[in-house]
Design a protein around this ligand. Structure first.
Ligand code: BGC
Length: 257
């Protein structure tokens, strides 16, 4: 029987749900994606335990990608506005999940950045806005991530931040019409700030976006991109080298022919 190729475990840590799936190199799903509500509260030990349980039924994997809702620096969480800065700041989540999930290599990045990898075309200056519990942003130049682009906690209007005006609490409070008006203001502001070639909208609340009157360079993406983007993190990895002995043997065989 042909051995099953191990895939990439992609984990999307969201403010409302944790999602995971095993993907092939191109981001194609190898199984049914698993999704559970994010516990409240959700400190590091609770998250690591729950992720370990939820992925136990998924197909084999040998690499791990994690999208986390905060600023990430060298495998550690630097901010976690919606999960609690007190318990998360400084936590080495990349190492913790790698160890908990069989010692496979892991890559931890911001959730909007990971979603961006699933949405962008890799040409020019592309900007990603995710609309969910929080508001995430990611910036890419010719497919390369410019990390730590965080607009969420900057003021947008009357001293209120992008996230205070466009996060899920704001959507519930303000209603669809007002929220869409604010979104249009945010997109116009982002266009003035960065002049991106394209802006992609993602996240669960992108379903509520009224496409009427959106700036021309804006499109609405698929929410599955949050998980699919995890495959891109391993795309440019150098292939494992053949051991020296095997190489010599291969040369000999080819000379004989
Ligand atoms: C965080 C971002 C995150 C966004 C979406 C914000 O509160 O600061 O890092 O990308 O929520 O989850």
């Amino acid at each position: 029987m042909k051995k099953q190729q191990a895939g990439i475990l992609s984990i999307d840590v969201g403010g409302s749900h944790l999602k995971a799936d095993v993907l092939d190199e191109k981001g194609k799903s190898a199984a049914e994606r698993v999704r559970v509500p994010t516990p409240k509260p959700c400190p590091p030990d609770v998250l690591v335990k729950l992720v370990t349980e939820m992925v136990s039924g998924l197909p084999p994997f040998d690499r791990i990608s994690i999208g986390f809702p905060g600023v990430i620096c060298r495998g550690k969480v630097m901010t976690a506005a919606n999960l609690g800065n007190e318990v998360w700041v400084g936590y080495p989540l990349e190492r913790a999940l790698s160890q908990a999930l069989g010692g496979h290599p892991a890559k931890l990045i911001n959730d909007a950045d990971m979603q961006g990898f699933g949405l962008i075309k890799g040409k020019g200056l592309e900007f990603v806005v995710t609309l969910g519990t929080g508001m995430g942003t990611g910036l890419f130049l010719d497919g390369e991530l410019m990390p730590h682009m965080e607009l969420a906690h900057h003021p947008l209007k009357k001293g209120k931040t992008y996230e205070q005006l466009l996060g899920n609490v704001a959507y519930q409070d303000a209603g669809k019409k007002k929220w869409n008006k604010r979104l249009h203001l945010a997109l116009r502001t982002i266009n003035v700030l960065l002049s991106p070639d394209h802006i992609y909208l993602g996240g669960g609340n992108a379903d509520y976006v009224d496409p009427d009157g959106l700036p021309e360079n804006v499109s609405i993406g698929d929410n599955k991109a949050g998980i699919v983007g995890g495959a891109a993190l391993w795309r440019n990895e150098p292939k494992a080298r053949a051991p020296a002995a095997t190489k010599k043997a291969a040369k000999k065989t080819s000379r004989k022919r």
